[in-house]
Design a protein around this ligand. Structure first.
Ligand code: FES
Ligand SMILES: [Fe+2]
Length: 442
C-alpha cells in the first residue's frame, strides 16, 4: 500500500547515504541529483579508476591526439614518435593555460597558445622563450597521466597510483580481443550523445535487458536473456531461449575449433578494475548487429573463416562497454558532464582497408546501435526526472538486474574506499597536529 509522503528529511551527508545504502535496491535520490555527489563521483571514481578513453585507431599516426575532459580535468592522449600512446594533463607548466583546445587533431609539438611554451609529444619542454639564466626546462615537462593500451583500446588513470589490478584485467581480456585486430582497424563512425541523466543511470541502464522490449531493432539480432536461468525465463521469451540454446551450442563448437576464448569471466564488483567479458552468439544470421544479423562489413576485422561468430561483450567499471563482432567493433564510453547530464560516445571500428560504399553502408553499420542509443537516452531521462521528484523512494532490482546491483555495489565500494582514505588522512593530520602542539608546550 502506498503511504502519503512524509515531510522531507534534512539532507544527509554523503558518508551517511553511502553507509545506509540498502543492497538490492536503487540508490537514494541525492546520488543521482546532487552536485555534491557529482563532485564526489569525479574525485572518488573517475579520478581514481582506469577509464576507457579512445580506440587506438583514433590516433593512427605519431602526433595524433585527442583531449578528454573529465570533471575539472583535461587530458591529452597523444601518439608519440615511438608510436606509443602517452597521456598528459592539458595544463601548461608556465601559468597553467589549457594547451590543446580542440577535441582531436595532429601536432608536431604541443604548443601552448598563450606564451608559446613548446613541448615534445613525449611531454618534455623543448622551448620557453626569454627565460632567466639558470632556468631548467627539464623541471617543466608536462605532468604525465597513466596510459595503457590493451588490444587496440586506450585506457587512462588520473590517480598518482592507479589500481594495480589493471595488469590482471589486461591479461584476461587481451586473448579475447586480440583476434579481432583492433589496433589496425579504422574509425568508420563516431557519435556523441548527451543524455539528460546522471552517469550512473546510463551505466545501470546498460547493465540490464529488463527494458529490452523497448529496443525492437536490437532485439532482432541480440538475445535479451541477461542472467535468466532456464526456469526463470518469462513465457514471452521461451521461444527465444530455445533458439539461444541451439545457437549457443553451435557457437561454442565454432569458438573451440577456431581457438577463440569465450567463457564468461565476471569480476564486476570484486576488484577496483571491475569487468565482465564473454563471447556469445547473436540471433538471426548470427554475424553482426544489423537488422537481419548479417555482417555489415564485407571485409572482416581479421581473417576469420566465418562471420558467424556472434559477439564479444566486455563491460568495464565505471565507464565503458564494448561489442566486438567478426566484421566490426562498437565501443561505448560514458563521461559525466553534470549531475544530470552525461556524454555517451559511440565508436564503430572496421578493418582499415574496408571502404565505405563498397564494403559497407554506414547506415546499415550504425543503425541498430544508433537507434538503441536514442531509445536508451529517453529511458534514462525519464528515470532522472522521476528520481528528481520528492516522491521517489529506492525500488528493488529483479534477478535479471543482478549486473545493475554489481555496478552499484562496485560504485559504493569505491566511494567507501575513498571516504575512508580521506578520514584516515584527516585523523593522521589531526594526530600530527596534536603531537606538534604537545612538543611545543613542553
Ligand atoms: S601559460 Fe602556457 S606558455 Fe604561458
Ligand atoms: Fe537499453
Amino acid at each position: 500500500m502506498n503511504a502519503p509522503l512524509p515531510a522531507p528529511a534534512p539532507a544527509a551527508a554523503p558518508a551517511d547515504l553511502v553507509s545506509r545504502r540498502v543492497a538490492g535496491h536503487s540508490l537514494e535520490a541525492p546520488f543521482y541529483v546532487s552536485d555534491e555527489f557529482f563532485r564526489l563521483d569525479i574525485e572518488a571514481v573517475f579520478a581514481r579508476s582506469w577509464i576507457f578513453a579512445a580506440a587506438e585507431a583514433e590516433l593512427p599516426e605519431p602526433g595524433d591526439y585527442i583531449t578528454v575532459d573529465i570533471g575539472p580535468y583535461s587530458v591529452i592522449a597523444v601518439r608519440d614518435d615511438d608510436e606509443n600512446v602517452r597521456a598528459f594533463h592539458n595544463v601548461c607548466r608556465h601559468r597553467g593555460a589549457r594547451i590543446l583546445n580542440d577535441e582531436r587533431g595532429s601536432v608536431g609539438n604541443i604548443v601552448c597558445g598563450y606564451h608559446h611554451w613548446t613541448y615534445g609529444v613525449d611531454g618534455t619542454l623543448l622551448h620557453a622563450e626569454s627565460q632567466a639564466p639558470g632556468f631548467d626546462p627539464s623541471c617543466f615537462g608536462l605532468r604525465a597521466v597513466h596510459a595503457r593500451t590493451v588490444a587496440g583500446l586506450v585506457f587512462l588513470c588520473l590517480a598518482p597510483e592507479p589500481p594495480a589490478d589493471f595488469d590482471e584485467f589486461a591479461s584476461t581480456v587481451e586473448p579475447y580481443l586480440a583476434p579481432h585486430n583492433l589496433p589496425r582497424a579504422k574509425v568508420a563512425a563516431q557519435t556523441d550523445l548527451v543524455e539528460h541523466a546522471n552517469w550512473k543511470l546510463t551505466m545501470e541502464n546498460n547493465r540490464e535487458c529488463y527494458h529490452c522490449a523497448g529496443h525492437p531493432e536490437l532485439q532482432r539480432c541480440y538475445f535479451p536473456l541477461y542472467n535468466f536461468t532456464e526456469d526463470e525465463v518469462p513465457p514471452a521469451l521461451r521461444t527465444t531461449f530455445a533458439r539461444f540454446r541451439r545457437a549457443d551450442a553451435e557457437a561454442r563448437a565454432t569458438y573451440e575449433s577456431l581457438g577463440l576464448p569465450y567463457a564468461a569471466v565476471e569480476e564486476l564488483d570484486t576488484r577496483p578494475t571491475g569487468f565482465r567479458i564473454e563471447r556469445e552468439p547473436l540471433d538471426m544470421a548470427g554475424e553482426s548487429f544489423t537488422y537481419d544479423g548479417t555482417a555489415a562489413v564485407k571485409r572482416l576485422l581479421a581473417d576469420f573463416p566465418t562471420a558467424r561468430l556472434g559477439h564479444l561483450g566486455l563491460h568495464l567499471q565505471p565507464n565503458a562497454w564494448f561489442h566486438v563482432a567478426a566484421d566490426h567493433a562498437v565501443l561505448f564510453s560514458v563521461v559525466p558532464l553534470a549531475a544530470d547530464r552525461t556524454l555517451v560516445r559511440t565508436t564503430w571500428l572496421v578493418h582499415a582497408d574496408a571502404e565505405e560504399g563498397t564494403d559497407y553502408d554506414l547506415d546499415t553499420l550504425t543503425g541498430v546501435w544508433a537507434t538503441t542509443n536514442e531509445q536508451d537516452a529517453v529511458f534514462v531521462a525519464r528515470a532522472q526526472r522521476g528520481i528528481g521528484s520528492p516522491a521517489y523512494v529506492p525500488g528493488p532490482y529483479s534477478p535479471t538486474e543482478s549486473q545493475v546491483e554489481d555496478f552499484v555495489n562496485w560504485y559504493v565500494s569505491r566511494l567507501k574506499a575513498h571516504l575512508e582514505t580521506d578520514v584516515t588522512a584527516e585523523r593522521k593530520a589531526e594526530r600530527k597536529a596534536d603531537r606538534t602542539a604537545e612538543l611545543e608546550e613542553r
